[in-house]
Design a protein around this ligand. Structure first.
Ligand SMILES: CC(C)(COP(=O)(O)OP(=O)(O)OC[C@H]1O[C@@H](n2cnc3c(N)ncnc32)[C@H](O)[C@@H]1OP(=O)(O)O)[C@@H](O)C(=O)NCCC(=O)NCCS
Length: 202
């Protein structure tokens, strides 16, 4: 019974997926070959900004299609002209939110666990007086986020502005990444700290 339900869901997605792809393309997303959409992502692209997905990217926005389930669809949102979100080929995201005021670049073959947040802005000024009513803080190139190739980010982690994560690294579930993480390590916690190198035996 469970299997039949699963098959029916796959069948349903096979019909709906081309429509979802056409919708996100019509909203300005540049897509590569073999994009796979499980459910409909939320896409909002500011005028004069860019969202580009490489070949074979998989975006999972439906809880039926991922073991951990997702709290909401994938969100890809640029916030101002000139901003960019670039996602490398074969990267998979489940219920991930990516917001860019400047630039978020994600490499190839990355894995994003359920409900990860990646953003290159604080959205509000930190000074008390203007915080409530002013818009985005002045964008700063140092706030760009860079996530390398083959990075695995555990469920419900948050990657904050100005952070780089090196190729192949793993970020533990529920981490808050506030500063750069080098390539080839496991880092976790809030703030995320290196636990060990991936080249070492545990
Ligand atoms: C990061 C992770 C891969 C580490 O696994 P591991 O190499 O087996 O590490 P261990 O469980 O041996 O833990 C090593 C240390 O890191 C700590 N640690 C592990 N994961 C942590 C996390 N998410 N946050 C904070 N600390 C963590 C452990 O408490 C332990 O600390 P100690 O040495 O002081 O006791 C794993 O814990 C994890 O978070 N996986 C992500 C799972 C996920 O979200 N999957 C998404 C599904 S799509």
């Amino acid at each position: 019974m469970q299997r039949t339900v699963q098959r029916l869901w796959h069948l349903r997605h096979r019909f709906i997926s081309p429509i979802s792809k056409a919708v996100i393309r019509s909203r300005g997303v540049e897509t590569g070959k073999n994009l796979k959409l499980w459910g409909m992502p939320i896409v909002a692209i500011a005028a004069g900004s860019r969202v580009a997905l490489g070949d074979s990217v998989v975006l999972t926005s439906s809880s039926r299609m991922t073991a951990l389930a997702v709290a909401h669809p994938v969100v890809l949102r640029t916030l101002r002209p000139g901003a960019e979100i670039l996602v490398g080929s074969d990267t998979g995201m489940s219920g991930t939110t990516v917001c860019a005021a400047i630039s978020v670049r994600i490499g190839a073959r990355c894995l994003f666990g359920a409900d990860v947040i990646v953003s290159d802005t604080d959205f509000h000024p930190v000074d008390v007086v203007p915080r409530r009513h002013l818009g985005l803080p002045q964008p700063n190139c140092d706030d760009a986020v860079r996530i390398g190739d083959d990075v695995f980010i555990g469920a419900r982690s948050v990657v904050l502005k100005g952070v780089s994560i090196g190729d192949g690294s793993v970020i533990g579930a529920g981490s808050v990444v506030t500063s750069d993480i080098p390539a080839g390590v496991i880092a976790a916690g809030s703030p995320a700290r290196i636990i060990r190198s991936l080249r070492e035996k545990p």
